[in-house]
Ligand binder design. Structure first.
Ligand code: LLP
Length: 430
């Protein structure tokens, strides 16, 4: 977050809050969201993409407060399960500005979406087109739908989070011809109101070329559909996936630059195809929620491990781990870490920040230089932890999930309370 600083004693402060005091009050591990920073990132997208619709991708991190913040900043919401939709409903956001995703939505989820009056449902299979059109007919409504397509783009990101190459579960293939057939099937269904095409190529992407190719292929399909049916679809969604800086090696694009590039491509391709520019939308998640929060852990044990060649590495074990942030273990994600509770004049030493789980892969930060005197009781902050960490948290080893607190103007407010072992035991009804 941009409101982070270190005071004269080396204590990290965020939005005027001293994190050592915060840790005393809230316990650790704890996820700390800088409200002004998250709102500013949401606003920056809304402003840069003025005239387009910006849907915040809730999967990156969602709670009722965040749903309200982004909606107050002018964004819609992309949800992908009945659970995320329930949060949006409880938050009281405008449901006509909510899009419902998912490659295998249940009948109950589709019904929840239709009765809630979501603005659009993004369909992802022929099974679903049949199911949704029957359900909408039964409920006597016309469901606004977008068709999720696969553009065949090989996004430069981790395999597990690339979603536009052919051999994966999402979307209808453009190259294979299924996308055109899906559009036709939706257009033919009286209970479906086909709004447009949806493309999402993957996540944590830096190079604009993937977005460019996807936009071009999607617009060509849009134009082909117009030529085949005489109808120019009113909308088009280019998805999310804009990368953020986890370490100083990452160089993300500013939303203004992204918006400029995407606008130019869309306008050029529409002109080339002889179609009007449809109403466009995007779905950033990580770029809004990621940088605005950090995780705060307390060090429990410190161990020197000798490496080949006579060097050593300090294993700094903290009170969280892969159950609150699985990204390092799952995607070989890179994070940084910083000593948060004091100044140290000790020389930097190669460290690895690990968790408390019973598993060797339980690594939070693979390589970081921390002061050589890091010791039990110290606090370690892991920046850029707001996206896909707390939202992907598990209860592995029966570890309760950490709370999420918001900081603003020197005040701390709990958004999600800490889970307890009693919460977990309450589920065990056998
Ligand atoms: N729209 C759709 C249809 C998506 O599937 C996603 C992400 C987004 C938007 C938002 O992408 P973003 O702007 O946040 O990159 N757990 C992985 C990321 C999975 C992303 C899934 N879909 C990770 O931790 O990197």
């Amino acid at each position: 977050s941009r409101n982070v600083a270190k005071d004269d004693d080396g204590v990290l402060t965020v939005a005027g809050v001293d994190v050592a005091e915060l840790a005393e009050r809230c316990g650790t591990p704890v996820y700390v969201v800088d409200e002004d920073d998250l709102r500013a990132r949401a606003r920056a997208f809304a402003e840069a993409f003025a005239g387009w619709e910006v849907y915040y991708a809730a999967k990156s991190f969602l709670c009722t407060a965040v749903a309200r913040w982004v909606s107050e900043e002018g964004l819609g919401l992309d949800v992908c399960t009945g659970g995320e939709l329930a949060v949006a409903q409880r938050a009281g956001v405008d449901l006509s500005r909510v899009g419902l995703h998912g490659n295998n939505k249940s009948l109950d989820e589709l019904r929840q979406g239709l009765t809630a009056g979501v603005g659009r449902i993004i369909v992802d299979s022929f099974d679903e087109i049949g199911r949704l059109s029957a359900l909408a007919a039964e409920l006597g409504v016309r469901a606004r739908v977008m068709v999720r397509v696969t553009t065949g783009v090989e996004a430069h990101t981790h395999e597990y989070i690339a979603t536009a190459h052919e051999d994966q579960k999402f979307g209808f293939s453009i190259a294979g011809g299924q996308a055109a057939r899906a559009l036709q099937a939706c257009a033919d269904a009286a209970s479906l109101d086909l709004r447009g095409i949806h493309s999402h190529i993957g996540s944590q992407i830096f190079e604009p070329d993937g977005f460019e190719v996807a936009a071009r292929r999607t617009l060509r399909l849009h134009a082909e559909h117009a030529r085949a049916t005489g109808v120019e679809l009113p909308e088009l969604d280019l998805g999310g996936g804009f990368g953020i800086a986890y370490t100083s090696a990452d160089t993300p694009a500013d939303p203004v630059v992204l918006a400029g590039a995407l606008r130019r491509i869309v306008e050029a391709e529409c002109a080339a195809q002889g179609v009007a520019v449809p109403h466009l939308s995007i779905e950033p998640g990580r770029a809004i929620s990621g940088p605005s929060a950090f995780a705060l852990y307390r060090v429990g044990t410190v161990k020197q491990v000798l490496l080949d060649g006579g060097t050593s590495r300090t294993y700094v074990a903290v009170d969280g781990g892969m159950s609150d942030n699985i990204r390092t273990a799952l995607y070989a994600a890179e994070y940084s870490a910083t000593l948060a509770n004091r100044r140290s004049d000790a020389p930097p030493a190669l460290a690895r920040v690990v968790g408390k789980h019973c598993e060797g892969g339980d690594i939070l930060v693979r390589d970081e230089f921390l002061p050589a005197d890091v010791r039990p009781g110290d606090l370690v902050a892991v920046p850029a932890s707001g996206a896909y960490s707390r939202s992907m948290a598990s209860n592995y080893n029966h570890v309760p999930r950490p709370p999420v607190v918001a900081v603003r103007d020197g005040e701390v407010r709990t958004l999600i309370r800490r889970e307890t072992v009693e919460d977990l035991l309450a589920l065990d009804v056998g």
